[in-house]
Design a protein around this ligand. Structure first.
Ligand code: CP
Length: 310
């Protein structure tokens, strides 16, 4: 059986193009499974997975839980808000206590960049990063690229613009790595204050004018403004941001070609995207969510097959 080059899924940066293609091929098979009347396979009956969420999540958390259940794994769920972390317990102590209950794999979302890697170097379990602060969100990037492949046939040669709060976005960084590994051209677009100065070193184009960016691209990935990570004001008001960087139907309809619109969620309707765009036929926002389950099943399955049994 083909296998991944990594034992943990910390970031897209660590994956080879073959790894990504193997995840996609495996996800193709699981997508068929989750569209059958019986949506389950017994593959991971001997695996226990802990979902540790130290930060809010709707899509990622539910998607991982469903993926694990579809693979017949046993799961335990942990939320920092209702845990002993509030009583001062460290991350390592919290996780080691959970692992002593014979857990094989940890899926973790954490507000600190590097938290998933830190954990993977200190515990005896497979770690999947479900988003670490402003760093990476590898399964989101995989499901995004998989959704582009599904809609447009392939990712190679496609032009993808990522619009919005690039500075605070783990989705942007993971998407840049993933799309480039698959041969797409990537542009970022946003106010100068929300586009990091070093970004061109990653080989992406930078454009501050939304209209020009949209005319260039085949796919626009609209990001949310991450107000929860902003300690200072990066633009005068949400209204002003929306007037310059919000995607509405009039802009979309006046482009010289039909583009695909994506959003990782959660959406702020009327800020980065209007409802008529989010709900249009050009939007693949809900297929992205559907594909997230198949992609996460594939990542979990492939990583579980690397766990060494005593
Ligand atoms: N896309 C994403 O990570 O959404 P959640 O924060 O709801 O998990």
């Amino acid at each position: 059986m083909d296998s991944l080059s990594v034992d943990h899924l910390i970031g897209i940066k660590d994956l080879t193009t073959n790894d990504i293609e193997l995840i996609f091929k495996t996800a193709d098979a699981f997508k068929q499974v989750i569209n059958r009347p019986i949506k389950k396979v017994p593959s991971l009956r001997d695996i226990t997975i802990a979902n540790l969420f130290f930060e809010n999540s709707t899509r990622t958390r539910l998607s991982f839980e469903l993926a694990e259940k579809r693979l017949s794994a046993d799961t335990v769920n942990f939320s920092a808000a209702s845990s002993s972390v509030k009583k001062g317990e460290t991350l390592i102590d919290t996780v080691n206590n959970i692992l002593s209950m014979k857990v094989d794999m940890v899926v973790m979302r954490h507000p600190n960049p590097g938290a998933a890697k830190f954990l993977s170097e200190r515990i005896n379990a497979t770690v999947i990063n479900a988003g670490d602060g402003t760093h990476e969100h590898p399964t989101q990037a995989l499901l995004d690229a998989y959704s582009i492949r599904e809609r447009l046939g392939e990712v190679k040669g496609k032009k993808v613009v990522i619009v919005g709060d690039i500075l605070h976005s783990r989705v942007a960084l993971s998407n840049i790595f993933c799309l480039q590994k698959l041969g797409a051209e990537v542009m970022v677009c946003g106010p100068t204050t929300l586009v990091p100065r070093y970004i061109h070193e990653l080989g992406v184009k930078v454009e501050h004018n939304l209209q020009r960016a949209l005319e260039w691209c085949d796919v626009a990935n609209m990001l949310r403004i991450q107000l929860e990570r902003q300690e200072i004001k990066y633009f005068p008001s949400l209204r002003e941001y929306s007037m310059q960087y919000g995607l509405n139907k009039e802009i979309l309809d006046n482009l010289s070609k039909e583009i695909v619109v994506m959003h990782p969620g959660p959406i702020n309707r009327g800020v980065e995207i209007t409802s008529d765009v989010a709900d249009s036929v050009q939007s693949i926002i809900l297929p992205q969510v559907e594909n997230g389950v198949a992609i996460r099943m594939a990542a979990i399955y492939l990583l579980a097959s690397k766990i060494k049994r005593e």
